[in-house]
Ligand binder design. Structure first.
Ligand code: GLN
Length: 479
């Protein structure tokens, strides 16, 4: 019997029947990570402690103790704190910094029986769409190593796709879970803003940031999200009920699917993706679902608005990295000013510096009303519009990306082309709505293409239910 991981439910059956152990599974994951170290997905493997924990969990299983995530092997993006472990946001400025406490999501993973296997590479401070902005080098796509895995949570996507963990945590500020999931053939989910605590997450743009999840199936992702969700005294924006079960029930339903005809056939989409999306719509009608077309106003402004607001928030959030309290201080610093200047110039990479400058500019006196305030107004228009749309349909379907994973280096000298990567993902962050990317098929070269669904605020169970029904190909098997 092939015991390679497929689904948590199947894995738990195998554990119950004694056909495998958590220790065996952790060893298999470690071996998979080590033999594919060239992909650069892991910044650190917690081999010894993961094995110790596996043994303890095997003990619990032997006396019949099972929790929803018992023995589930999870990788964590390098911008989520884990007490006593390093966290660097893949930046030199935090080199050597150790977390003093664990993020709420990490604590909840552990409470529910998961094994944390390592720290995953990402774009520096989660800024990027290709994982080429990490101070520790790019991550390669496990399905084709000349392509990017997507970003900023590229390491989190690659680790699951290469079979080095069952699920992983990423963060999604403008698409950083859904886009890499699309590029690696996985399910990638961003919660409603306020469902999952941000406590212990290194802030990029606080009104957008959410912890998201990668997995091979909608069902597993929903199970993990159920475990990490809910109110947290450390994050006042996190208001969802804890313990609300989000796992889809498996029954088939007929849906009212909202969509924008011009987006689904947009000329920016690659032709194979265009025809797959067309098939999806036609097939949905044949199966009895109702399609509801919407024309969305202000879509052209989504990217500019996102990059004005996200950089504004980032410039403020990143001011704390001054060379005084955290991480690296430049060796030649000999005054307050030179400490700031030298430490920040040396510690931050070019993309982070670009965003700090952009964010500082849009917040500066004289430009604040013209850019920041106007962008907030457009954000509100988009949000109100989507609230209306979501009251008339069950899910809103749209592309996740414009095509398959692109070549490493092909966009790194063109920040604008890179920013346009996010045109279909930023909407969910601007509006705060939950969204999920699911595999739709593969192109001629075998690279995955994806479909995205947005759902109503805090209605994740419905979203997962729909996604599991339409998930044509629940993840690409370990390779
Ligand atoms: N690619 C987007 C950006 O660079 C989104 C990043 C993210 O979601 N963390 O801002």
């Amino acid at each position: 019997m092939d015991l390679a991981f497929e689904r948590i439910s199947v894995y738990h059956d195998c554990l119950r029947l004694g056909q495998t152990t958590v220790k065996d599974e952790v060893l298999r994951c470690l071996e998979s990570a080590r033999s594919q170290a060239h992909l650069n997905a892991f910044l650190e493997l917690y081999a010894e402690e993961a094995l110790e924990r596996a043994e303890a969990l095997d003990q619990e299983i032997s006396v019949g103790n099972f929790k929803p995530l018992t023995g589930v092997v999870v990788g964590v993006k390098d911008n989520i704190c884990y007490a006593g472990h390093q966290v660097s946001a893949s930046s030199k400025i935090l080199d050597g910094f150790q977390s003093l406490y664990s993020a709420t999501v990490v604590e909840r993973l552990l409470e529910h029986g998961a094994v944390v296997i390592g720290r995953l590479n990402c774009d520096e401070f989660a800024m990027g769409s290709s994982n080429e902005n990490s101070a520790f080098g790019p991550v390669l796509n496990p399905l084709n190593t000349s392509r990017v895995p997507g970003g900023s949570s590229g390491g989190s996507a690659a680790a699951v796709a290469m079979g080095a963990c069952h699920l992983s945590l990423g963060t999604d500020t403008g698409g950083s879970v859904r886009q890499p999931a699309a590029y690696c053939g996985l399910v990638g989910f961003k919660p409603t803003y306020g469902r999952v605590s941000r406590h212990g997450l290194i802030a990029f743009a606080s009104s957008f940031d959410q912890v998201g999840v990668f997995g091979q199936s909608v069902e597993d992702v929903a199970r993990l999200v159920t475990c990490i969700s809910g109110r947290d005294d450390f994050d006042s924006t996190c208001t969802a009920d804890a313990h609300e079960c989000l796992v889809p029930k498996g029954e088939k339903k007929l849906y009212r699917i909202g969509y924008s005809p011009s987006w689904m056939s947009s000329s920016v989409l690659n032709t194979e993706l265009q025809s797959m999306l067309k098939n999806f719509l036609e097939q949905s009608v044949k199966e009895g679902h109702t399609l509801i077309p919407f024309e969305i106003e202000g879509m052209d402004y989504a990217i500019p608005v996102y990059y004005i607001l996200a950089t504004a928030e980032a410039s403020s959030n990143l001011s704390r990295y001054s060379g005084l309290n955290y991480g690296v201080r430049h060796a030649d610093a000999d005054s307050l000013e030179s400490t700031f200047k030298l430490s920040r110039s040396q510690g931050f990479g070019p993309e982070v510096q670009r965003r700090i400058m952009l964010g500082t500019y849009v917040l500066s006196e004289g430009y604040y009303d013209a850019y920041y305030v106007k962008a907030q107004r457009v954000r509100r228009i988009l949000r109100d519009q989507f609230q209306r749309i979501m009251s008339e349909c069950d899910v809103f379907a749209l592309p996740t990306t414009v095509g398959p994973a692109f070549g490493i280096g092909s966009k790194s000298n063109d920040p604008l082309a890179m920013y346009l990567e996010d045109q279909f993902t930023v909407l969910a962050n601007l509006t705060g709505l939950p969204a999920i990317s699911i595999p739709l098929g593969s192109d001629e070269e075998g690279m995955p293409l994806a479909l995205q669904f947005m759902g109503s605020s805090f209605q994740e169970q419905d979203l997962f239910q729909a996604a599991s029904q339409f998930c044509i190909k629940e993840g690409i098997k370990n390779i």
